[in-house]
Design a protein around this ligand. Structure first.
Ligand code: HAM
Length: 429
């Protein structure tokens, strides 16, 4: 038997009803914040992720699904390296540059919903194909893209999104990770601090300490944690600009009474971040407790060869969001209003006609089959959770009056064809 590949899974009904509920709700929140949807390809040039997410990150170093495409021309040796996107900020910023989206001088407020791919070790809440609901705000400096007010609005949007889908007990962890001005000083401080203890650390950390010391904070090896805990704090190395940006953001959040805690160990596992970095956690998730993460990336557009275009965004793990909902899919899935049961030979076309008529009245209709006996039709209707069954037999067709059975109460009445829609609608819950 061929099975779904490791780390991927099928999302089946009725659970898909939950996914649709969440997606419809978040689209509605994005709408009132004046965000617009962007759809970018799932496959991109591998270099895009190397240059944005970063060579030394676990995502790029260990978790990419990447392959060398066939040569573009017969004569060409080797092909382009392609990758399944592990995240979507890089793709959105590439699209921003490529489509010159900053030219009108406005902030671009974009959102996306879609699959991402990382070759991680699968466990509860961690998949190789997972889904993100994300947003990016990016634009030229003159559009106000660097303002802490944008950060505050993005965080307010997130709180609204979570509240809207019914998640209340989230926690916002906030930090500033500085910028390209102060990062070299902090990297040097990390290298100095690591100089004596590095030999005792894992091979990954030994490599990271040389190439990209900030990535040491991504280490999960238990033995390394006491060393990492003693490292200098990024908050002590922020320059004046980053400090005042962070202070201004906090002032707005405080005024809006948006609760947060400062976590000065939060550096996020992607290289493009500058200044504001954040995660929202939820207790119900256990070890993989980050339901979403995000931050600023003021230098990313330029790093990808684009114009100066500061930005900030986030991505919610949709799989995890749905895990925290605690709402049962059955509760929100809509069962059929009515099961149309043809009884007797030649009744299929009559039943099909009636089913179409009822659907035009916005009723959810399941159509039976004349090969079923009445008993089997009624059993099927009950299994589906239909509220009513309408019986289409020869007599009913002749009189244009149909037996309508309430499957909850067992009560059966005869209803004129034209009165069926309103009779069924009146009993909708
Ligand atoms: P990230 O922290 O790598 O950030 O991912 C965001 C969220 O995606 C995580 O908090 C988690 O909920 C979910 N997630 C990540 N990996 C998996 C997985 N293997 N299985 C299930 N869920 C997962 C980003 O991707 C950035 N692009 C966010 C961003 C947007 N920053 C700025 N703009």
């Amino acid at each position: 038997m061929i099975r779904a590949i490791r780390g991927t899974r099928d999302i089946l009904p009725p659970e898909t009803a939950l996914w649709n509920f969440v997606e419809a709700a978040v689209r509605d929140v994005f709408r009132v914040y004046n965000f617009h949807e962007i759809r970018t390809p799932i496959i991109e040039d591998l270099d895009l992720f190397r240059r944005s997410v970063g060579e030394e990150t676990d995502i790029v170093y260990k978790e990419m699904f990447a392959w060398e495409d066939r040569g573009r021309a017969e004569s060409e040796k080797g092909g382009q390296w392609l990758a399944l996107r592990p995240e979507n900020t890089a793709g959105v910023v590439r699209a921003y540059i490529e489509n010159r989206m900053g030219e009108r001088g406005l902030l671009q407020k974009l959102y996306y919903i879609g699959p991402q791919f990382r070759r991680e070790r699968p466990q509860k809440g961690r998949y190789r194909q997972f889904y993100q609901i994300g947003a990016e705000v990016i634009g030229p400096l003159a559009a106000g893209s660097e303002s802490p007010a944008v950060d505050a609005e993005v965080l307010a949007l997130l709180a609204a999104l979570l509240n809207r889908v019914g998640i209340r007990d989230w926690k916002l962890e906030l930090n500033s990770v500085g910028c390209s001005e102060d990062r070299p000083r902090y990297n040097q401080a990390l290298r100095n601090a690591l100089a004596d203890t590095l030999g005792k650390m894992c091979a990954d950390c030994q490599r990271r300490a040389v190439t990209n010391p900030l990535r040491v904070f991504d280490c999960k090896v238990p033995a390394d944690q006491p060393i990492i805990e003693a490292l200098p704090r990024i908050s002590d190395y922020l320059d004046a600009g980053c400090r005042s940006h962070f202070a201004a953001l906090r002032k707005i959040l405080d005024a809006q009474e948006l609760p947060y805690t400062i976590n000065d160990r939060l550096v996020r596992g992607l290289d493009y971040y500058t200044r504001t970095a954040f995660e929202f956690t939820h207790g119900a998730l256990g070890a993989q407790n980050a339901v979403l993460g995000g931050g600023r990336y003021d230098g990313l557009s330029e790093a990808l060869g684009g114009p100066r275009a500061p930005g900030i965004g986030f991505a919610i793990g949709e799989d995890r969001l749905i895990m925290t909902l605690g709402q049962s899919a059955e509760a929100i899935a809509t069962p059929p209003d009515v099961y149309v049961a043809p009884v007797g030979e030649g009744m299929d076309p009559e039943a099909a006609g009636l089913a179409e008529e009822l659907r035009r009245h916005d009723l959810v209709v399941e159509l039976g089959n004349e090969s079923f006996r009445l008993k089997k039709s009624l059993e099927t209707a009950s299994k589906l959770g239909a509220r009513f069954a309408v019986i289409v037999g020869e007599n009913e067709v002749k009189s244009q009056s149909f037996a309508l059975k309430n499957l909850g109460t067992g009560e059966q009445v005869s209803v004129a064809r034209g009165d069926l829609p309103k009779t069924i609608q009146a009993n909708r819950t």
